[in-house]
Design a protein around this ligand. Structure first.
Ligand code: SAM
Length: 266
């Protein structure tokens, strides 16, 4: 199948380019984002502008981060978008979102993300959670299921714990492959992530939470006692009321935070 898009751009697989081409879906995404001038608006991967344009119609200025130089050139010379966009050419994974923070404003971040980098990109964005009002992302449906999974389910993993530590996770809508050009091989879904202003389970040192979760989920079939034996004794588990015979997907975000906080006290 040809991957020539109607607008004359050759979709680049390595940049995860699947362009939205469904006005009904785009309308629902823009309504969910609810663009306004009271927030610093940021789009990751504007591409050919499918979401960028209807969002820019509602606001004065939109920050975009785009890796593909050809697409940046098109956006820059676009008669309507060019003057409204604050364009950052580069890799969103390495982008310092802190530079966009404006006094007295929090950010609304959104994007139809390149699926190959969506998980590390979300981890990167969690570092700026305190500056973010909300995020709306188009992702593989499977990733949205992981983000919103409950303990005890197959989809519950390290991404779930870290996402639910930082944010309230709200699935918004499902999107079939036919809504994109070229169509991706997987189903997609839009999710809303709302960072907590007052975290219900504050963690003293996020690096410890990263360490505990990556160690715990290293071997999903093993028990917590086995996976975490270098970090915690049976007495530690007892002290925290965590059953060490459970598997990593069976304990809550609050329990992971309690384990991380115990490490911080040493
Ligand atoms: N927003 C457009 C749409 O919905 O039609 C394009 C979405 S497409 C799935 C992903 C976009 O992210 C492409 O424009 C691609 O060039 C861009 N992209 C890929 N990797 C990127 C990265 N590391 N940093 C920033 N943008 C990236």
């Amino acid at each position: 199948m040809s991957n020539k898009v109607h607008l004359g751009h050759h979709a680049r697989k390595r940049f995860g380019q699947n362009f939205l081409n469904d006005d009904a879906i785009i309308g629902r995404i823009v309504a969910a984002i609810s663009p306004d001038n009271d927030h610093t608006m940021v789009e990751i991967g504007p591409g050919l502008g499918a979401i960028t344009e209807p969002v820019a119609e509602k606001i004065d200025c939109l920050n975009v981060v785009e890796l593909d130089k050809d697409l940046v050139a098109r956006l820059t010379s676009h008669p309507f978008l060019g003057p409204k966009l604050n364009i950052h050419q580069g890799d969103a994974l390495k982008f310092d979102f802190g530079q966009l923070v404006e006094e007295g404003k929090s950010m609304k971040v959104f994007g139809n993300l390149p699926y190959n980098i969506s998980t590390p990109l979300m981890f990167h964005l969690f570092e700026y959670a305190e500056h973010i009002e909300n995020m709306h992302f188009m992702l593989q449906k499977e990733v949205v299921l992981r983000l919103s999974a409950a303990p005890g389910t197959k989809a519950y993993g390290r991404l779930t714990v870290m996402a639910q530590y930082h944010c309230q996770v709200i699935p918004v809508l499902e999107v079939p492959p036919g809504s994109f050009v070229p169509p991706p091989k997987v189903d997609s879904a839009v999710v809303r992530l709302v960072p907590y202003k007052d975290n219900p389970h504050p963690c003293q040192d996020l690096a410890k939470l990263h360490h505990v979760t990556s160690t715990a989920f290293n071997m999903r079939r093993k028990t917590l006692r086995n996976n975490l034996k270098k970090l915690f004794s049976d007495e530690d588990f007892t002290q925290l009321g965590v059953d060490a015979t459970l598997r990593p997907e069976q304990i809550t975000v609050a329990q992971y935070v309690a384990l991380a906080n115990l490490l911080s006290q040493r």
